[in-house]
Design a protein around this ligand. Structure first.
Ligand code: AMP
Ligand code: GLY
Length: 433
């Protein structure tokens, strides 16, 4: 029998970050049982307008500022949204001061922050993933490429804000990608992995974990390309839906057994107590699921898509992950609905973007329709201005995907800003109209 005190919900929660993901997290936490107050640092125009939520003008990189705010506001749980502060050790700093954090320490964040480290861990754990060759010099990388004699996928080792991967079609393209990495395009000491190319549809799986146990969220389907028909350059994600039918309950269970359990065991074997979310980017190949990448955070816009499906136990579950007591958490209820998310991006995205345009919205959110802000900021007078590549996320839920997307696109037609860009075909895989 456990002697630990019964688990309660945190009343005072701080969300770190300022994107659409953090707007969705803050929104879901304000609706969670037992939560009285949510702070977001630094937040955006959407969190500035969120009832029950207060903005803190503290950068996600300012560990001392965030720690001081936690002490001043008696914060009981910190939820860290983005990968950069996790890789920089924010969770370690706050935990050392006794504050529960949902998000791994710098050791666990290497799952995302170092492709070499993550690939080695997957290999040790027997997790299905494409064959790879690590290299720490230009010569070593070029030699490995020539030895394989075929265009490999080239991945910069460190955090590259989604821009570190080249799926080369030709040897020349692969060589150029290698040269760019060692020319210092991604900063710091360059290293990379070359990877065998795999084929199949992609899907995102999220496991909330306390380092021992896990709760899986419905699988989500992202849309990475800027253009309709999945064409054009890669973006952070132009829309998403969940649950992705590509992975049914049996498929998700297979991912738990083949990928997530062995990964957690390998983390523990390295002495890492991973408390946060593991985001597995999977490719469903003809031989089964294969890990394309791990991230140490929620996906964006997958997070916006998933949060409205989760029940009011969320804050208690995240606290239980943070404190290593997921076995004592209430069961996280997940609505058996289809969730659809469409991103409105700034003109020019994913290249040079327009910024500073007023956002106007007549959208009335309701129980099954949400408007989250990503790249926006609120001026002193109260006007929201565009302030990033992905500006807004409109999310809707219904009993089928056709209705959910219809609702989301109707919502989107009620918001506007100069140069607003969006894909009309998000969810094409699951829509009949
Ligand atoms: P990332 O920037 O890590 O999200 O990767 C970008 C995209 O590159 C992924 O979503 C995949 O579509 C593709 N990709 C990454 N690794 C591979 C691989 N081994 N084989 C084929 N495509 C890949
Ligand atoms: N939507 C992809 C990501 O968050 O990396």
């Amino acid at each position: 029998m456990s002697t630990a005190a019964p688990l309660s919900s945190p009343a005072r929660v701080l969300v770190v970050g300022g994107g659409g993901r953090e707007n969705a997290l803050a929104w879901a936490l304000t609706r969670s049982q037992g939560v009285e107050r949510v702070w977001v640092a630094p937040g955006n125009g959407g969190t500035a307008e969120l009832e029950g939520c207060e903005q803190l003008a503290i950068a996600e990189s300012d560990q001392e500022g965030l720690l001081a705010a936690c002490r001043e506001q008696a914060v009981e749980l910190v939820v860290v949204g983005p990968e950069a502060p996790l890789a920089a050790g924010l969770a370690d700093r706050l935990r050392a001061a006794g504050i529960p954090v949902f998000g791994p320490g710098a050791d666990g964040a290497q799952l995302e922050a170092s492709k070499q480290w993550a690939k080695a861990l997957m290999q040790d754990a027997g997790v299905p993933t494409a064959g790879y060759w690590p290299a720490s010099s230009r010569e070593e990388a070029l030699a490995a490429l020539e030895a394989q004699g075929k265009p490999l996928v080239v991945k910069a080792d460190g955090l590259a804000a989604g821009k570190g991967v080249t799926v080369a079609e030709t040897m020349e393209e692969a060589r150029t990608a290698i040269e760019e990495i060692f020319a210092g395009r991604f900063g710091g000491e360059a290293s990379l992995v070359l990877e065998e190319r795999t084929h199949g549809p992609e899907v995102s799986v999220f496991a909330l974990t306390d380092g021992e146990r896990m709760v899986l969220l419905p699988p989500a389907q992202d849309h990475k390309r800027i253009g309709e028909g999945d064409t054009g350059p890669n973006t952070g994600g132009m829309g998403a839906y969940a649950p992705a039918p590509l992975l049914d309950a049996a498929g998700l269970e297979q991912v738990r057994q083949l990928v997530l359990e062995p990964t957690l065991a390998a983390l523990r074997a390295r002495g890492i107590s991973y408390r946060g979310v593991i985001y597995a980017g999977l490719m469903l190949t003809e031989h089964g699921p294969s890990v394309i990448e791990f991230n140490c955070r929620f996906g964006d816009p997958e997070c916006e898509t998933l949060m409205p499906l989760l029940g009011p136990e969320l804050a208690a579950v995240l606290l239980a992950c943070a404190t290593g007591r997921l076995d004592q958490a209430p069961e996280l209820s997940i609505a058996p609905l289809c969730s659809a998310c469409v991103i409105a991006a700034a003109q020019g995205y994913p290249g040079a973007i327009r910024k500073g345009d007023p956002i106007s919205s007549a959208l009335q959110p309701n129980a099954s329709l949400q408007l989250f802000h990503a790249g926006s900021r609120r001026e002193a007078g109260g006007t929201c201005l565009t302030n990033g590549g992905r500006v807004l996320a409109v999310v809707a839920q219904a009993t089928d995907f056709d209705s959910a997307f219809e609702k989301a696109y109707t919502g989107l037609s009620q918001v506007t800003f100069e140069g607003m860009t969006y894909r009309r075909d998000i969810g094409h895989q699951v829509r009949s109209r």
